[in-house]
Write a protein that binds this ligand. Structure first.
Ligand SMILES: Cc1cc2nc3c(=O)[nH]c(=O)nc-3n(C[C@H](O)[C@H](O)[C@H](O)COP(=O)(O)O)c2cc1C
Length: 384
């Protein structure tokens, strides 16, 4: 199927799957353990019915949304994704540039395959930085200082990785660090020549911000120790809050009491996220966790939601249950995998046009002026 026949994010995913060796596709597409949480994210969205209102003039629809003092053209942005160059060469840069062109936020991952400085330049004022807190304070401080120097105004601290998630597909594919060319991998490479040749030209995918620190890493455990820590608590988070002058967002919140604590600590926002179902398999879908969190916060913080956004209407389902902004993780990445820059644009257009159509169908002419209570959720899941 050509790109122009891709009607949905799912279609782009299917196309990406055909073009990318299995181990690399699974690295992005997969989730924790049996992937129940990953599926639940999507299914829970599908279960929420919004009731259309008609006879409203929707000849002009404005999708602009304001967050952290900046106005974006859409109420969504790109979530941080590490090691995305394994999926498609230069995927980070392609997405950062796309987000700039479309005037939406691009969140640069600590674990990106491109340096945070290069991504700041590519996103050109639309970049937010995502921080993983290392067990080594000097590593964390190094990243914060670099993010500050690169001009990021918004920093997102990811807190939902006390341990790396167990991803069954990666184990089955025998993914290893450093990457090994097993016979199975060689066969997959031979079967996907376009990916293999393009990737070969661009060199081995890596985690660019830590290149020096990881030079001598011989195991996944070494990488993990540098990137994340099981010892992250509110104490470090408070220190980071005091250290970072810009907007601070805490990513990976699922419990209302944790959300309230983020507000007390002086954060500016949270991302209700389960890491796209990549951390645990037993948790709630984010859209299920959202209503209690929104109620507990009663407007104290900006609420962003991610995990499972595949349709424009999901953005409005999130709004109906209390999130003013969303991030898409895999959705735009599938686009890059399906067709490079053009594929990414196709993914962006699909989300944009689906959102626009859903707003029209729901009788809403301005996203910015949209009150949560104006969206009618069948079966009373919303908290008006
Ligand atoms: C391949 C991959 C890598 C990711 N890397 C990071 C990361 O480095 N930092 C982070 O905070 N979240 C990371 N995430 C989680 C995303 O930021 C986001 O929470 C998730 O993708 C949302 O779910 P969705 O893909 O269903 O939209 C990653 C997700 C994927 C799929």
């Amino acid at each position: 199927m050509g790109l122009d026949r891709a009607a949905s994010i799912d279609d782009l995913r299917a196309r990406a799957k055909r073009r990318i060796p299995r181990f690399a596709f699974d690295l992005v597409d997969g989730g924790a353990e049996g992937e129940r949480n990953m599926r639940r994210n999507i299914e829970a969205f599908e279960e929420i019915a919004l009731v259309p209102r008609y006879m409203v003039d929707v000849a002009e629809i404005d999708t602009k949304a304001e967050i952290f003092g900046q106005t974006y053209d859409q109420p969504f942005g790109q979530a941080p994704i590490g090691m995305l160059n394994a999926f498609w060469p230069d995927a980070d840069l392609k997405l950062a540039r796309l987000c700039k062109r479309e005037n939406v936020p691009y969140v640069a991952s600590s674990a990106a395959s491109t340096t945070l400085e290069q991504l700041a330049e590519a996103a050109d004022g639309n970049g937010w930085f995502q921080l993983y807190v290392s067990g080594d304070d000097a590593v964390t401080e190094g990243l914060i200082a670099r993010a500050e120097a690169a001009g990021y105004q918004v920093m997102m601290v990811t807190v939902d990785v006390p341990a790396a998630g167990k991803r069954d597909r990666d184990i089955r594919n025998q993914l290893s660090v450093p990457f090994k060319f097993t016979p199975g991998v060689m066969l997959q490479l031979a079967a996907n020549p376009v990916w293999s040749l393009t990737s070969l030209r661009h060199g081995r995918p890596n985690i660019a911000n830590y290149a020096d620190l990881l030079k001598n890493a011989t195991s996944y455990a070494d990488v993990q120790k540098t990137l994340i820590t099981p010892g992250l608590t509110w104490v470090q988070l408070k220190r980071i809050r005091d250290r970072w002058k810009g907007k601070l967002v805490v990513k990976g919140i699922l419990h209302p009491e944790d959300a309230v604590r983020c507000a007390e600590l002086g954060a500016d926002g949270i991302v209700v996220s389960n890491h796209g179902g990549r951390q645990v398999a037993f948790g709630p879908a984010t859209i299920e966790a959202l209503p209690d969190i929104a109620e507990a916060l009663s407007g104290k913080l900006e609420i962003i939601l991610d995990s499972g956004i595949r349709r424009g209407a999901d953005i409005l389902r999130a709004k109906a249950l209390g999130a003013g902004f969303v991030l898409a993780g895999r959705a735009l990445a599938y686009g890059v995998g399906a067709g490079g820059d053009e594929g990414a644009e196709r993914a962006m257009d699909i989300l944009k046009l689906e959102l626009l159509r859903a707003l029209g169908q729901l009788g809403i002419s301005s996203y910015a002026a949209l009150a949560q209570s104006a969206l009618h959720v069948k079966d009373g899941m919303s908290r008006e």
